[in-house]
Design a protein around this ligand. Structure first.
Ligand SMILES: [Ca+2]
Ligand SMILES: [Ca+2]
Ligand SMILES: [Ca+2]
Ligand SMILES: [Ca+2]
Length: 335
């Protein structure tokens, strides 16, 4: 009996742990009569610049997961504000969106392909390639990949052409890719040079498509999403720099490019949880004022006697430490 109770408790507990925290609500499709979008019934507007549309039978947790991933990529410090204002405006203006279809060739996908004539789409997602329990994991959850593609293609390529243009000889990235592939290949070569580390061999992927895939590999390698033996082995025929260390040490041009703070490329891997802090920064004990009590509370968080609170993360780096205490002391002493 005791064992049974323990078992049920364990199952319940692991179930609770496995649920991601996503502070979005699924809405009904605002365009039910649109020829291209009318077949979707589930909709989330992410940070007012990136929309998720899903067919009726896509599970809610998958729709929420796609929204969380988009939000984490756009608002990587999770303060509720898109990190790059120019990117926000561009995506909003282009009505950037991610459709989620039941399967390849569903009737909804047919409608979408026949009637959509905007410039806000660069990739799609299918129900069976979304796994909220393994955000971005290779072979399990394509949400990170497809949403990164869309944000890059609709946003960065247009906004920062000197850095991210995808045509030959056009940008720092296109030059870096020619080095990564061991030469400038306008079509897929019969074999890539031995020294190359990016050697995608899909004949349907042209030079521009290669560049979009390349940028994705760089971003997620740096985030550490690919850093496990199974993934490294699985993608080796396409991309060799599967750990952050390999990427930093070998593709130095792209490392410098995507870590340059001016481009505001997301650095932290999405974890599927997105609930930005909406209280008052510094009011850690939530009593409406910022004073000595909040400093004491923050010290207790640092000592592990209280739980993490976004209100105490004064410098918004997702860690609560001495820097937050110093900043809070300054706020209290010099209001
Ligand atoms: Ca932000
Ligand atoms: Ca998160
Ligand atoms: Ca307070
Ligand atoms: Ca902090």
């Amino acid at each position: 009996m005791v064992t049974m109770k323990k078992l049920i408790f364990t199952i319940l507990f692991s179930f609770l742990l496995s649920q991601n925290e996503v502070c979005f609500e699924i809405q009904s499709n605002p365009y039910p009569n649109s020829p291209s979008l009318g077949c979707f019934t589930k909709y989330i507007n992410v940070l007012d610049c990136f929309e998720i549309y899903a067919e009726p039978s896509i599970q809610d947790n998958k729709v929420l997961h796609a929204a969380a991933i988009a939000a984490e990529l756009l608002d990587n410090n999770e303060d509720g504000v898109v990190d790059d204002l120019a990117l926000f405006e561009r995506l909003q203006q282009q009505n950037a969106l991610m459709p989620i279809f039941l399967y390849e060739g569903s009737s909804c996908m047919d409608d979408f392909e026949d009637y959509y004539n905007g410039d806000g789409v660069s990739a799609v997602l299918f129900r069976n390639e979304i796994d909220p329990s393994q955000p971005g994991h290779w072979g399990a959850d394509a949400s990170v990949e497809e949403i990164v593609h869309t944000i890059n293609h609709v946003g960065h390529v247009y906004l920062y052409p000197n850095y991210f243009d995808i045509t030959p000889n056009s940008s720092i990235m296109s030059n870096a890719m020619d080095i990564a592939r061991g030469g400038q290949f306008l079509t897929v070569p019969n074999s890539y040079p031995e020294e190359s580390w990016y050697h995608y061999d899909d004949w349907t992927c042209d030079y521009e498509c290669m560049a979009i895939e390349y940028l994705y590999w760089c971003i997620v390698s740096h985030m550490g999403i690919l850093d496990d033996a199974q993934t490294c082995a699985g993608i080796d025929n396409e991309w060799e720099l599967c750990t952050p260390e390999l990427f930093e040490n070998i593709d130095t041009t792209m490392f410098d490019l995507i870590t340059d703070p001016q481009h505001k490329i997301p650095q932290n891997a999405p974890d599927g949880n997105y609930c930005p802090f909406t209280g008052i920064l510094g009011d850690v004990n939530v009593d409406g004022s910022i004073d000595i009590l909040d400093i004491i509370f923050t010290v207790n968080i640092v000592l592990g006697q209280e739980e993490f609170s976004y209100a105490a993360d004064i410098n918004s780096d997702n860690i609560i430490n001495i820097f937050d205490i110093v900043s809070l002391v300054n706020i209290v002493l010099l209001p």
